[in-house]
Design a protein around this ligand. Structure first.
Ligand SMILES: NC(=O)c1ccc[n+]([C@@H]2O[C@H](COP(=O)([O-])OP(=O)(O)OC[C@H]3O[C@@H](n4cnc5c(N)ncnc54)[C@H](O)[C@@H]3O)[C@@H](O)[C@H]2O)c1
Length: 431
C-alpha cells in the first residue's frame, strides 16, 4: 500500500515522515515551493524535536518523496491524506477553502480505488461535502471512500505522539476503507476506535474544547487564590489526584493559545449557534482566556506605577515550549497591550524570534534572556522554555533597573524571587 499526504505543515509532514518510517512508500505534497526546496534538501521547515533525523533517514531509504502535484499524489497513492490548514474565518467558523480545493484536485486525479482521509480538523458534515466534491470530479462513487482520521498530536512532541498515540480514531462509512487506514498504522500499538464520519469529526472538536475549558476553569480558580490566599498549584494538584478529574491541563497560566484551541473553540461555538444551541459554556471559556493576558497587564501596570515609557522584557514568544509556532501565542497579545500602554518592549525566544519579528518588527529582539532584562523595569516569563527555569534570579535582579518579575507560567517560587530582591507576581497566588 502507498500513501500520500497533502500539506506538509505540523500535521502533514509529521504524518508523512512517520508513515514512511513505518515502511510505507509516501509522497508528500505542498504548494509552497520554498518549503518543498527545504524538504527536498532533507531538512524540515518546521521545528519539531526528532523530526528532521527521521525525515533524512526515510529519504535516504527512498521511502519518502515530495511533489507539488496533487494529481501525481492521487494517482500514486492507495490512501491519500488531506492535512491542510483550516484557520478561523472572519465570522469565527472554520475556513474549509483549502480542504475543498484539495478534494477537488484529488477528485480530478483519481483513476483507481482510493481512500481519501481527512486529517485536518473539520466540522461535522465536511466528510460528506468532500464525498460530493470527489464524485463531481471523478464521476464514479466506486472509485473512492472518504474517512475522517482526526489528528491529536501536540506540537513540540509531535513525533512521539504520532508513534505512541492514546488512540487512533477512524470514522468511515465503508468497512473496507476503515480497514485500509487501520492497516497503514498496523505497527502502532494503540486503541483503534472505529466510528461513523460525523462522530470522528466531532471527537476532535469535543476533545480540544474540553481541554480548553479545563485550562480556563483552573485559570478562573486561580483568581480565587489571588483574592483570598492559597496557591493554585496546590489546588490543581489536589484536584488532579482525583482520578475522575486527572492532573493534566490543570496548569494555571496566561491562557491557551496556539494554532488549534482558539480556532477550534471558535468553530464549535459557531456550529452550535448555527444549530440554535446554547454554547455559553464555551463562550465563558473564551472570555476567561481572553482576560488572562489583560489581567497580567493590569497587575504589571499597578506594580510598575504605569507602563508608559517603561522597559518590559518578554521571555518566550512561541505559544508553548519546543515549537517555533507563534499562531495565537499569548506573547502577541502582550506585545499589543504593552504597545498600547506605551511600554518599550524587548523579546527573546530560543527559536521563535524570526516568526514574531515578522509580525512585530518594532520590538527589540535579543537571543540572551538576561540581555533583554538589562535595565528593564519588568520581566514577564511568557512561555515556559526549560532554559528560563534555570536562570539565577539573583543575576536577573542584578541586571534589571526595576524589580518586577511576572512569572506567567509559575516556573519559580515566590520565596526565591523575594530572596533575590524581586517583586514576584504570578498567576494564582497573591502578590
Ligand atoms: N498543528 C497542530 O498541532 C495540529 C494538531 C492537530 C490537528 N491539526 C489540524 O491539522 C490541520 C493542519 O494543521 P497544520 O498546523 O499542520 O497546518 P499548517 O498551516 O502548518 O500546514 C498546512 C500546509 O498545507 C499546505 N497547503 C495549503 N493548501 C494547499 C494546497 N492546495 N495544496 C498543497 N498544499 C497546501 C500549506 O502550504 C502548508 O504547508 C488543521 O486543520 C489543524 O487544525 C493541527
Amino acid at each position: 500500500m502507498k500513501a500520500a499526504v497533502v500539506g506538509t505543515g505540523y500535521v502533514g509532514l509529521v504524518t508523512g515522515v512517520i508513515l514512511a518510517d513505518l515502511g510505507i512508500h509516501t509522497l508528500c505534497v505542498d504548494k509552497d515551493q520554498a518549503k518543498l526546496k527545504i524538504l527536498r534538501a532533507g531538512r524540515s521547515p518546521i521545528y519539531e524535536p526528532g523530526l528532521e533525523e527521521i525525515q533524512k533517514k526515510v529519504m535516504e531509504k527512498r521511502l519518502l518523496n515530495f511533489t507539488d502535484s496533487i494529481a501525481e499524489a492521487a494517482s500514486y497513492a492507495d490512501v491519500i491524506f488531506i492535512a491542510v490548514g483550516t484557520p478561523m474565518d472572519a465570522d469565527g467558523s472554520a475556513d474549509l477553502a483549502a480542504v475543498k480545493a484539495v478534494a477537488r484536485e484529488i477528485g480530478k486525479g483519481i483513476s483507481s480505488y482510493t481512500v481519501v482521509v481527512d486529517k485536518s480538523t473539520v466540522p461535522v458534515g465536511t466528510g460528506k461535502a468532500v464525498q460530493e466534491i470527489l464524485l463531481e470530479e471523478c464521476g464514479d462513487s466506486a472509485l473512492f471512500d472518504v474517512v475522517s482520521c482526526p489528528e491529536f498530536l501536540r506540537e513540540g512532541s509531535a513525533v512521539e505522539d504520532t508513534l505512541h498515540p492514546d488512540r487512533i480514531v477512524i470514522g468511515a462509512s465503508s468497512e473496507k476503507a476503515a480497514e485500509m487506514v487501520k492497516r497503514l498504522y498496523a505497527s502502532i500499538e494503540t486503541e483503534f476506535l472505529l466510528t461513523d464520519l460525523p462522530s470522528a469529526e466531532l471527537i476532535k472538536y469535543a476533545s480540544n474544547c474540553f481541554l480548553a475549558c479545563k485550562i480556563s476553569y483552573i485559570n478562573m480558580i486561580s483568581r480565587f487564590c489571588e483574592a483570598q490566599g492559597g496557591c493554585v498549584e496546590d489546588v490543581a494538584k489536589g484536584m488532579g489526584l482525583d482520578s475522575r478529574i486527572g492532573g493534566q491541563f490543570l496548569k494555571a497560566g496566561l491562557g491557551w493559545g496556539g494554532s488549534c484551541f482558539p480556532k477550534d473553540v471558535s468553530a464549535l461555538i459557531w456550529m452550535g449557534k448555527e444549530l440554535g444551541m446554547d454554547v455559553s459554556l464555551l463562550d465563558a471559556a473564551v472570555q476567561i482566556n481572553e482576560d488572562q493576558p489583560q489581567h497580567c497587564l493590569r497587575r504589571l501596570s499597578e506594580a510598575t506605577g504605569g507602563l508608559a515609557g517603561k522597559k518590559v522584557a518578554l521571555w518566550g514568544l512561541s505559544f508553548k515550549p519546543n515549537t517555533d509556532d507563534v499562531r495565537d501565542a499569548k506573547s502577541l497579545e502582550l506585545i499589543k497591550g504593552l504597545r498600547e500602554m506605551g511600554a518599550e518592549i524587548y523579546g527573546t525566544d530560543p527559536i521563535a524570534i524570526e516568526a514574531v519579528q515578522a509580525l512585530h518588527p518594532d520590538v527589540t529582539y535579543l537571543e540572551d534572556p538576561l540581555a533583554t532584562a538589562a535595565d528593564a523595569d519588568a520581566v514577564v516569563l511568557v512561555t515556559e522554555w526549560p532554559e528560563y527555569a534555570g536562570i539565577e534570579l539573583n543575576e536577573l535582579s542584578s541586571v534589571m533597573k526595576g524589580n518586577v518579575f511576572f512569572d506567567g507560567r509559575r516556573q519559580f517560587t515566590k520565596a526565591e524571587a523575594i530572596e533575590a530582591g524581586l517583586v514576584y507576581l504570578t498567576i494564582g497566588q497573591s502578590n
